[in-house]
Ligand binder design. Structure first.
Ligand code: SAH
Length: 575
């Protein structure tokens, strides 16, 4: 993906920069404000600037830092020695009076500098000669096009800067309004073509991504074979827009690997007739690319087609669908794991109970949300599979951990019972989260420090007699117990009955921790004892942790904390 299309991280070190940061954020869908902890509020808090900038840079995130250019340069300096792909990096004066593109000339830093300059009503400090002269970076063609050789590109641009004129061969619509020194008879030429550059030093070759390669069967040396087919027709690898395969091969690892090696999206076509699988060219026929030149299958069953203009891979057949079941943690953003965050960002569709879909944060542009109020988990899981079968990236969200009284088991149950073979081809992944018991325990100290169990007191999905039996045995086993779903309007008496069962075995002094809305606004934490606990202290947003015989507490230090205590269960257990 072209880096300039990715949302930037807007870095803020103090409150004075917030107003400008908000204006930049408003320019880019999905942009987030990263603010220095305890100094300014933002979407994401960080504690150490250098480390944070380097981490974002390594991940290829465009950076707009509202601080001195020198600070940014010093922070990133250790990473600059090996010049690989670098994201755009800009320094922006906190009052919005100056924007300086620092790094990422080939990934659109000057484009961003112009955009930010326009939004703030200032002139960007562009220093790249080619950009200054021509108003665009010839070496950074738009999406759908790729430069054949960067080294040759640099030489070509310096020739133009030195006074040479150029002609344009082929379609380069983005250069129509660029102020290039043009001459139809010039020796220099910008050539837009899917064919490989022949090494002519007077040519700047830009490849449109206009070639599709279809494969009929998966095998280990697929990437080599596709490469050989391209070579045979004189087509550049960079011209490849997509690798196409029959839908029946979805999930095949050698296909995924070939697409990774060739750096192209992998797309699938569902052929109606088995006989059609005999030839790769049938896959291309099914795409109905009217202006494309097809090439028949070669010896390895690979067929190519060259379109007249760049192809949007997203419109060719369909992608393999993805279904990720993830846990959002208890609520606060910094308890959402980076893996879950990445799955949310990647999702085209978010499916879940309305409260949790809201908890996932504002949707990014184009993201669809399917918030349901119904408690029909299986139905929700089936809906998620149907969406994934269309090639969409679906995130099914739960609070806490998805495997703890939440959607992961429902999704697997739906899959096991499915008779639609397409469901089996969906790329399914479960991403863990910080469960309410763990978040509550951490607030209180370490009450789960020794053996414990998690129990749901809801008898919606299991008979109450089973719950009673488990409570009794867990109490006898002296396990610490974490109660999920302790009480609700529809289940008013169950908690009292549960406590009765536990009290019959454990002493009234047993430690109890109550966490309500942990990690959410208005969170409360209380410690009490089994003897004093009343069901009116508890509601459906509460986590109840009942200690074992060894769970203990002691006062916290510090003036404000004196009234609170640390609760923990020692690691050692005497017989
Ligand atoms: N999958 C979730 C649990 C869903 S069951 C997880 O792993 O946390 C819902 C129950 O979890 C609630 O009734 C409550 O007992 C508990 N719970 C969920 N979020 C909570 C929070 N932020 N604070 C306290 N308890 C919470």
């Amino acid at each position: 993906m072209n880096a300039e299309l990715r949302a930037p991280a807007v870095i803020v070190l103090g409150p004075g920069a917030l107003a400008t940061a908000q204006r930049v954020k408003a320019c880019y869908a999905g942009a987030q404000i990263h603010a220095l902890q305890d100094r300014a509020p933002g979407d994401i808090a960080f504690s150490e600037l250098g480390e944070h900038l380097r981490e974002l840079y390594r991940r290829g995130t465009p950076l707009v830092a509202l601080c001195a250019a020198g600070i940014v340069i010093r922070c990133l300096a250790p990473l600059l020695a090996n010049k690989g792909a670098e994201p755009p990096v800009l320094a922006l004066a906190e009052d919005g009076s100056a924007v300086v593109p620092l790094l990422g000339g080939l990934t659109g830093v000057n484009v961003m500098a112009r955009e930010i300059g326009a939004a703030l009503g200032i002139a960007p400090a562009i220093t790249t000669s080619g950009e200054l002269r021509f108003g665009t970076c010839l070496l950074n063609p738009p999406d759908g096009y790729a430069l054949s050789s960067l080294a040759q590109g640099k030489r070509f641009v310096s020739d133009l800067l030195a006074g040479d004129a150029t002609r344009i061969e082929g379609d380069a619509p983005w250069l129509d309004h660029v102020d290039l020194p043009r001459d139809a008879a010039a020796a220099h030429a910008i050539r837009v073509s899917p064919h490989v550059w022949d090494g002519d030093p007077a040519q700047l070759v830009i490849h449109p991504r206009s070639v599709v390669a279809a494969v009929r069967a998966a095998h280990e040396r697929l990437a080599d074979h596709v490469q050989a087919a391209l070579d045979e027709h004189g087509l550049a690898t960079a011209s490849l827009a997509a690798l196409l395969a029959p839908a029946a091969l979805m999930g095949d690892a050698s296909l995924t690997q070939a697409a990774t090696v060739l750096r192209v999206p992998l797309r699938f076509v569902d052929l109606a007739h088995d006989a059609d699988h005999a030839r790769a060219a049938h896959l291309i026929d099914a795409l109905k690319l009217h202006d494309a030149t097809p090439h028949a299958d070669d010896a390895h069953g690979i067929a190519l087609a060259v379109a007249r203009a760049p192809l949007d891979a997203a419109t060719l057949g369909q992608a393999r669908g993805k279904l990720t079941v993830l846990g959002l943690g208890p609520g606060r953003a910094d308890l959402l794991t980076p893996m879950a965050r990445a799955a949310l960002d990647d999702a085209t569709d978010i499916v879940g109970y309305a409260t949790y879909v809201d908890m996932a944060g504002p949707p990014r542009p184009g993201q669809r949300r399917h918030a349901t109020d119904n408690r029909e988990e299986l139905q929700r899981a089936r809906h998620a599979f149907e969406l994934a079968c269309e090639g969409r990236h679906v995130a099914v969200v739960s609070s806490g951990d998805p495997g703890v009284f939440a959607m992961a088991a429902a999704v697997l149950e739906a899959l096991e019972g499915a008779d639609d073979p397409r469901w089996q081809r969906v790329e399914l992944q479960i991403v863990p989260g910080v469960s309410a018991a763990l978040a509550t325990a951490a607030q209180a100290g370490a009450p789960l420090g020794h053996d414990f169990c998690m129990l749901s007191l809801s008898d919606n999905l299991k008979p109450w007699s089973v719950i009673e039996k488990r409570l009794h045995h867990a109490a006898l086993a002296d396990l610490v117990m974490a109660f999920y779903n302790p009480i609700s309007r529809a289940r008013p008496w169950q908690l009292d009955r549960a406590l009765e069962i536990v009290r019959a075995v454990r002493s009234p002094e047993t430690r109890v921790v109550l966490g309500r809305d942990v990690g959410r606004p208005g969170e409360t934490l209380r410690t009490t004892t089994l003897g004093e606990l009343q069901s009116s202290d508890v509601d459906m947003r509460t986590m109840v942790i009942v200690g074992s015989s060894t769970t203990r507490g002691f006062p916290r230090g510090g003036a404000q904390e004196a009234l609170r205590e640390w609760v923990y269960t020692p690691r050692f257990y005497a017989e």
